[in-house]
Design a protein around this ligand. Sequence first.
Ligand SMILES: [Zn+2]
Length: 74
Amino acid sequence: MSGVRWEYRPGGSGFGHMQRVGDAGEYAAHTRKQEAYRAYLGHKTTCLDCGETACTAAEGLWQAYTRAKSGDSG
Ligand SMILES: [Zn+2]
């Protein structure tokens, strides 16, 4: 498979791990999407205002995720 390589990604506690990635652009977009989604999920698990409906902050995080997902680089 061309364009696929392994990269060292620094992790927590001074420890990292190897991660299989595609080309740099693909990896960046993928990471951005994942981080946006993680931020949204992390908010939902800790936010007391988020119940059945999302609070304003959650809405913003979700929109950031959908933007990352749609590949909007702006
Ligand atoms: Zn919230």
